[in-house]
Design a protein around this ligand. Structure first.
Ligand code: FAD
Length: 308
């Protein structure tokens, strides 16, 4: 039985496991893929104190740091269910095994919704980007597109307009779903163009990087092309919490694990961290901070609730 079982091996889970092990707690970490989204990232320039690094390198360092401690790391294991039994918890894995713990840190992260058009995968990290805070500066002085006219798309466009040469926003529907105040701000900037009724059909590239995209004007049916250096896909971030929907744990309407300032969820002894939760802003440094918070929260819970 673990004192703290961490579910998820991204930056939030890695941080949680180290903080928990450093408290002398019997700690386990179960992860479908250690490293999480960081494993899919090329350049990282906003992990403060490290000027520049790359995803796989940071993942290796995370793993090395976790291995410094007595943490039971269970790779390639997917959690499928959570159950509360006598004030303790059981995590069922997809392979049928059950792990028992006095407290949990849930840090299963999130995934960006993709466009699913030709070229998107090929040029992911080579012009196709999902995080304006992360990759915006890579396109300084160049033309980019933002796919999606919701709040995150319009926020991204306003953010990028400060850095890049020009931003074209492509929205599938005939109206923008973003808040009025954001739309007004975007319309006031002379280097943002918003195109509605636009269905992106293909990411174009030269074999190495993005050179543009094609879209269909859904009103006229015409196919059109844009010349671009970057494409920011902003059509949704989906928390990996489907497996929690059958439990008693409270989720937001977007499926995010609801946590308070100490990382506590609606279940006593269960903490949440990182992109899977309702904390605003999804970043590596924020996920790591919230992993630390969650483990300190779990420690606080354990010293108040241990039977011995
Ligand atoms: P994740 O990294 O998503 O990790 C989730 C973990 O949970 C993984 O180990 C996963 O395998 C595991 N998991 C999921 N479901 C289950 C399950 N059912 N059972 C067991 N394990 C499960 N942020 C920055 O700060 N700077 C950047 O430059 C940057 N660039 C990015 C580029 C890309 C392409 C992407 C996709 C993201 C980028 N981000 C960047 C965002 C950053 O990667 C995330 O905010 C951060 O990884 C979130 O950490 P996390 O631990 O909460 O979740």
């Amino acid at each position: 039985e673990f004192d703290v079982l961490v579910v998820g091996g991204g930056p939030a889970g890695a941080s949680a496991s180290i903080y928990s092990a450093r408290k002398g707690l019997n700690t386990g970490i179960v992860a479908e893929r250690f490293g999480g989204q960081v494993a899919d990232t090329l350049a990282i320039e906003n992990f403060i104190s490290v000027k520049a690094t790359e995803g796989p390198k940071l993942v290796a360092q995370l793993e090395e740091h976790v291995k410094e401690y007595d943490v039971d790391v269970m790779h390639n294991q997917r959690a499928a269910g959570l159950e509360r039994v006598n004030n303790k918890y059981e995590i069922t894995l997809e392979n049928g095994a059950t792990l028992k713990a006095k407290s949990l840190v849930l840090a299963t992260g999130a995934r960006w919704r993709e466009m699913n058009v030709p070229g998107e995968q090929e040029y992911r990290g080579h012009g196709v980007a999902y995080c304006p805070h992360c990759d915006g500066p890579l396109f300084k002085g160049k033309p980019v597109a933002v796919i999606g006219g919701g709040n995150s798309g319009i926020e991204a466009a306003i953010d990028l307009a400060n850095i890049v040469e020009h931003v074209t926003v492509l929205e599938f529907a005939d109206t923008l779903r973003a808040d009025e105040v954001l739309i007004r701000k975007a319309n006031s900037l002379n280097n943002i163009t918003i195109i509605k009724n636009a269905q992106t059909t293909e990411v174009l590239g030269d074999g190495k990087k993005v050179t543009g995209l094609t879209y269909t004007d859904r009103v006229t049916g015409d196919s059109k092309a844009l010349t671009l250096a970057g494409i920011f896909v902003q059509i949704g971030l989906i928390p990996n919490t489907e497996w929690l929907k059958i439990s008693d744990l409270e989720l937001s309407k977007f499926g995010e694990i609801l946590i308070d300032a100490k990382g506590a969820t609606s279940l006593p002894g269960v903490y949440g961290a990182g992109d899977a939760t309702n904390i605003p802003f999804k970043q590596i440094i924020i996920a790591m901070g919230s992993g630390a918070t969650a483990s300190l929260g779990a420690f606080d819970y354990l010293i108040r609730n241990s039977e011995e």
